[in-house]
Write a protein that binds this ligand. Structure first.
Ligand SMILES: Nc1ncnc2c1ncn2[C@@H]1O[C@H](COP(=O)(O)OP(=O)(O)OP(=O)(O)O)[C@@H](O)[C@H]1O
Length: 335
């Protein structure tokens, strides 16, 4: 179990001044600025959960993960990972965790993967029998045999990510931290990596903490998400809860006969009378348009009735707001 209690991280850096003379002034100034990257965040995660830890660029995700992995020490607050304090018991913590940074590799560039894995086996003191079983499993889920004897520098990005994920799992860690594990990968490789993460989680009950900007990673993998914004936790719950709490909007797609400029104006007028906040997007070439509205204030039947009184409708599709739309609104501080 992971317990994070009121964790805060402040970075102190020299104050920067704008322009050329500002840069010179900065050299002689002692003024400091304090940046609160993580601000009083608390949560607990049960064994076997897959949690998406998400937020916009600079929100404080990596800083939190670095405190949980023992790379950074919190300014205040504490965290315990399966009863181990990562800042004071770094080695003990490292034995129980696996970490993958999508943008970097922990593998030795010039060594064949097989040798890198052998070195990691020794570092983590994995017994021969456990190591052989692990390799067999990793080959099943990540197909590492395909590039087993190749040096890491010649691997494609997708192969390297599979190799990195495998390396982080050799010692069977109870907690796996994945920082953007599918970044830059094509859709097929992304799917394979997601499948592998699911299998690892269900086979070994591995707890997974995932930071990502890819909404599909979240939708397909996470039973829970924690959203962090400007260092503070602003949401902690399931995707269903997020949608019911923040998914106010509904979109109706109308495919009609002969949509022209004249109808566009009339439709615009009639829908704006129902509610000023309604948004409409026209695609005249395809004879279709989308109506966006707040489902709490307006009934979909009202929209459909008014549209049908004006134009002949071929098809109607009612869509709920997508998770990506909700998260975009949260990041823009609109909700
Ligand atoms: N070593 C540091 N010194 C000073 N400020 C830092 C340091 N590390 C991070 N920060 C600042 O703390 C804030 C949070 O950074 P962090 O890397 O945790 O964000 P993030 O959510 O992981 O962003 P991204 O999605 O872009 O990776 C940012 O404003 C960043 O500039």
């Amino acid at each position: 179990m992971i317990e994070v209690n009121n964790i805060t991280k402040e970075f102190i850096s020299a104050k920067k001044y704008p322009g050329f003379f500002g840069a010179i002034k900065g050299l002689f100034s002692n003024e400091k600025v304090i940046k609160k990257a993580v601000d009083n965040v608390s949560f607990s995660i049960l064994d076997g959960e897959i949690v998406g830890y998400i937020g916009s660029n600079g929100a404080g995700k990596s800083t939190t993960i670095k405190m949980m992995t023992g790379i950074l020490t919190p300014t205040s607050g504490s965290c315990m990972i399966n009863g181990v304090n990562p800042s004071t018991q770094r080695k003990k913590n490292a034995k129980n965790i696996g970490v993958v940074f999508g943008q970097r590799t922990q593998l030795w560039w010039d060594l064949p993967l097989s040798e890198t894995y052998s070195i990691l086996k020794e570092i983590y003191q994995v017994k021969d029998i456990d190591y052989n079983n692990r390799i067999e499993f990793l080959n099943e889920v990540l197909n590492i045999g395909e590039f087993w004897d190749k040096p890491v520098r010649v691997l494609s990005l997708g192969q390297r990510m599979r190799a990195d994920l495998g390396a982080s799992l050799l010692h069977n860690p109870s907690t796996l931290y994945l920082d953007e594990p599918t970044i830059g990968l094509d859709v097929v490789v992304k799917d394979n990596i997601r499948k592998a993460i699911k299998e690892i989680n269900s086979e070994y009950n591995t707890t997974v903490i995932l930071t990502t900007h890819d909404i599909k990673d979240i939708e397909e993998l996470c039973n829970r998400i924690i959203i962090i914004d400007m260092g503070k936790k602003i949401f902690d719950g399931s995707l269903k809860e997020l949608k019911s709490k923040h998914g106010f909007y509904r979109r109706v797609k109308f495919e009609v006969k002969n949509l022209d400029k004249e109808y566009e104006k009339k439709l615009y007028k009639i829908l704006k009378i129902i509610n000023e906040e309604i948004k409409i997007e026209f695609d005249l070439e395809k004879n279709l348009f989308y109506v966006f509205f707040d489902k709490k204030c307006i009934q979909v039947t009202n929209i459909i009735k008014n549209v049908m009184s004006l134009v002949e409708v071929n098809d109607i599709v009612i869509q709920e707001e997508e998770l990506s739309d909700i998260i975009r609104q949260i990041y823009k501080h609109k909700i």
